[in-house]
Design a protein around this ligand. Structure first.
Ligand SMILES: NC(=O)c1ccc[n+]([C@@H]2O[C@H](COP(=O)([O-])OP(=O)(O)OC[C@H]3O[C@@H](n4cnc5c(N)ncnc54)[C@H](OP(=O)(O)O)[C@@H]3O)[C@@H](O)[C@H]2O)c1
Length: 344
């Protein structure tokens, strides 16, 4: 049984509170806030037994085993390390950190403490992501060459942590991290070179971002991330013999349907599909049923902590993605392509 403490009163907490309420291996025991009154009223409304008026008191509590860390991005490293050093397991919201050096310090703290550090990138815990990776690895689609993806929405507020460049704001950090980690998982390869362009808003963050990631295998990913355009979520993966289209790659439509379409070249189409005859392709479609990706994430974390299961997304992979994200930001600033240090 994992006894959870929420580090902050963030809006996203409600997803995890709901998941914990539906798990028989987790229980929510506390919330911590910068303000004692806020912690108290937050706990009262949600029926949380303990409320702490500082983050330090929360992570110091002997009655907590795991921390759900939902602070603004610039505080992820500092408070993950403090929680790990206090002997807690940490499920830290995405992005894990804003520099590779921070990820390294967090990983070392987890190793020293013998505790689990996990980035809360929920789609990595859903079977859809693993299934797409298996289809690609099976070679059914042939060599993967073209990938496209989007995670876009309109931020309704003018005051939001996402609008502050000093605390890790911007569309790329906020939702661009989803395509970056998704393609790392499904292509099983890391980009060699990246390029990004952004529309910068008045507060100084990228409100709309378009990026390209190039791979040694010949694959190319183009993706968009936006906080200033209507809702769009998609991913398309195209190989020499077939393609996949995902309508919910990020699985954020809780309770909604999630479907994948696969087009494959028919054997009768021989070695090519020259012309416009749609019969040369065969369509297969499958559904995953109503999405509950935060419960998938919670169950995955419970398996890691309580049963020693391997993480589908360990900090070593978060580290690579952090570097990719930093290089994409560098490309926005320099206006040119940037090579990634670690290769594939
Ligand atoms: N996985 C997902 O689907 C998902 C979705 C949304 C967000 N997220 C991630 O979750 C984190 C929180 O996002 P959110 O939109 O839920 O945040 P939010 O509602 O703005 O809440 C952030 C919380 O952090 C605390 N805080 C500490 N220092 C702060 C500061 N300088 N400015 C503002 N708040 C501060 C506040 O709690 P107290 O005042 O109580 O201390 C505040 O309630 C981010 O890392 C984000 O990327 C993940």
């Amino acid at each position: 049984m994992l006894r959870w403490g929420l580090l902050s009163t963030a809006r996203i907490n409600d997803r995890i509170i709901d998941a914990v309420g539906r798990s028989d291996r987790s229980t929510l025991v506390a919330v911590g806030s910068r303000a004692a009154e806020r912690a108290k009223s937050y706990a009262a409304v949600r029926g949380i037994p303990m409320a702490f008026g500082s983050y330090g008191e929360l992570i110091g509590s002997a009655e907590i085993d795991a921390i759900y860390l939902s602070l603004p991005n610039h505080l992820h490293a500092q408070w993950s390390i403090a929680a790990l050093e206090a002997g807690k397991h940490v499920l830290c919201e995405k992005p894990l950190a804003l520099t590779v050096a921070e990820v390294d310090r967090m990983t070392e703290a987890a190793q020293r403490a013998g505790r689990v550090l996990q980035e809360a990138s929920a789609p990595r815990f859903h079977p859809q992501t693993a299934d797409i990776a298996s289809i690609i690895a099976s070679g059914k689609l042939g060599r993967i060459l073209l990938c496209q993806s989007a995670f876009e929405f309109t931020l309704p507020a003018t005051k939001d942590i996402r609008l502050d460049p000093a605390i890790g704001g911007g569309a790329l950090w906020d939702v661009g991290c989803y395509p970056v980690t998704f393609f790392q998982a499904v292509l099983d390869e890391n980009p060699e070179v990246v390029y990004g362009q952004a529309f910068i808003g008045p507060s100084g963050v990228d409100l709309a971002f378009a990026g390209t990631m190039g791979y040694r295998s010949g694959a190319s990913v183009q993706f968009t991330a936006s906080m200033t355009t209507p809702i769009a979520r998609s991913a398309r993966i195209v190989g020499e013999r077939g393609s996949l289209e995902l309508d919910q790659p990020w699985l954020t439509n809780i309770g909604g349907q999630t479907s994948v379409r696969q087009w494959s070249m028919r054997a009768s189409s021989g070695s090519g599909t020259f012309g416009d005859d749609p019969d040369q392709l065969e369509l297969t479609k499958w559904d995953y049923g109503p999405s509950d990706v935060y419960l998938d994430e919670l169950r995955g974390f419970e398996d890691i902590v309580l049963m020693g299961a391997p993480s589908p997304y360990p900090p070593s992979e978060s580290r690579i993605n952090t570097e990719v994200m930093i290089k994409l930001h560098e490309s926005i600033r320099t206006g040119g392509p940037v090579r990634i240090g670690m290769g594939s």
